[in-house]
Structures are given as structure tokens and as C-alpha cells.
Design a binder for this molecule. Structure first.
Ligand SMILES: O=P(O)(O)OC[C@H]1O[C@H](O)[C@H](O)[C@@H](O)[C@@H]1O
Ligand SMILES: [Fe+2]
Length: 211
């Protein structure tokens, strides 16, 4: 029997990268078009740093099965588009019943979660705090600090990412905004529309769960 070889990876908290992984992708500000509320503020970021890295993900994928755990690191730059803090695109796992674990290594962030039927959970996280993202929750990270947000993550390798679920509902239900006092406040996203009971049922049934 050919057992999978163990793998040692090193996390560089200062560069926000996993070393000795096998995956790396970057998202520039240009790639994040349409996510933020303040169109004019976003355009002005595009005007002078469209190709700068907004966030990047380095990872190791040992295989493709449920029992193979992907692990990696996300590094997200600090900043705001108007009053809205920088964020990752966000997704639900294409196999919706797959969970994820996130550990903040440096910086301050919010794990923004939304259930298929529109419940919102906001988990503020600092260094060495771990958030368990349960099956079926749409999730994205938001950098509410003034330095890089560096997070370790792990999830089953056959989870997959479905980004369309957020696009179809006009974004996530709330936006994480500067409260003007150095903190944050969650404000309703006026473009958001809830998923229908049929949509919710389809997400559950796709994972073999009775609605
Ligand atoms: O996939 P995004 O929504 O762009 O988020 C960026 C990354 O965030 C987390 O670290 C996830 O575990 C990654 O799978 C994801 O790629
Ligand atoms: Fe995920």
C-alpha cells in the first residue's frame, strides 16, 4: 500500500505565506470589481493600484478526497473602499456540508458568515483565535485592522468553492463598515435579497441532507 507521505510546511507570519506548499493565487483590486458598495471609491483605487495584490492564498493540497485536508494561509492587505473594510470574495462550499477551520495568525479580522436562509454571524478574531465555520455557511474574511490579516485555514479537499451564491443574492446581507470611531459596524446591504426556500432546499439536497 502506498500511504500518502507526511508533509512539513512552514508558515511565515511576516510574509503571510505557507512555504513548501503547492498552490498560490493572488487577487488584485481589479479582480474584486462589484463587491463593494461605494462605486466611486472603488474606481479611485482602480485608478492608482488596480494590479496591486488585495489578498493572496498559499496552500498545500495532498489529494482530492474528502479525507484529504487542504491547508494554507490567506494574507489580506488592510484598507477600505470608502467606509467598507477590505474583504475576500467569499463563497459557500460547492459540497455544502464541508466545514472549514480558520486561525488568525496576525492582524484583526471578522469571519463573516451567512446561512443559506439568511442568518448572519460575525466572529471578530485576533491572533491565536480559531473559528470553526460549520457546514453550509457562506463565509468571507474582512480585515478590520490596520495591518495585514494573516489566517491559517484547513478544509476537506473536495469542498470546492461556489462564488455565485453571493452574486445571486446581491452580495452578503451585511457590510462591515468603519463606524467613525476606530471600530466597525455591520450595516444592511440594501441590494441583498434572500434566497428562496427552493434555493435553500437545493443546497441541502445537493449534499444529501433532507431539508
Ligand atoms: O476563495 P475566496 O473567497 O477568494 O477567499 C480566499 C481564501 O479564503 C480562505 O482562506 C479559504 O479557505 C480559501 O479557500 C480561499 O480561497
Ligand atoms: Fe471556504
Amino acid at each position: 500500500m502506498n500511504f500518502t507521505e507526511p508533509r512539513l510546511c512552514t508558515i511565515s507570519v511576516t510574509t503571510g505565506m505557507l512555504e513548501n506548499g503547492d498552490g498560490h493565487y493572488r487577487k488584485s483590486y481589479r479582480d474584486l470589481d462589484g463587491l463593494y458598495a461605494d462605486r466611486a471609491a472603488f474606481e479611485s483605487i482602480l485608478a492608482d493600484r488596480a494590479d496591486d495584490i488585495a489578498y493572496e492564498v498559499t496552500s498545500y493540497t495532498p489529494g482530492g478526497k474528502t479525507s484529504d485536508m487542504i491547508l494554507g494561509v490567506t494574507r489580506m492587505a488592510p484598507g477600505k473602499v470608502g467606509r467598507e473594510y477590505f474583504l475576500t470574495r467569499g463563497h459557500i462550499h460547492a459540497n455544502g456540508d464541508r466545514p472549514e477551520i480558520y486561525q488568525t495568525l496576525s492582524g484583526r479580522g471578522i469571519m463573516q458568515m451567512e446561512s443559506p436562509d439568511g442568518e448572519v454571524r460575525l466572529v471578530e478574531m485576533g491572533p491565536q483565535q480559531v473559528c470553526y465555520v460549520p457546514p453550509f455557511w457562506i463565509h468571507r474574511s474582512v480585515n478590520i485592522g490596520d495591518e495585514d490579516l494573516v489566517m491559517f485555514f484547513s478544509y476537506p479537499a473536495d469542498s470546492g468553492q461556489d462564488y455565485s451564491i453571493i452574486a445571486r443574492s446581491g452580495g452578503m446581507r451585511v457590510r462591515i463598515m468603519d463606524d467613525g470611531k476606530g471600530g466597525w459596524v455591520a450595516e444592511d446591504n440594501t441590494a441583498w435579497r434572500n434566497r428562496s426556500p427552493e434555493d435553500v432546499r437545493a443546497i441541502l439536497e445537493n449534499a444529501g441532507v433532507a431539508a
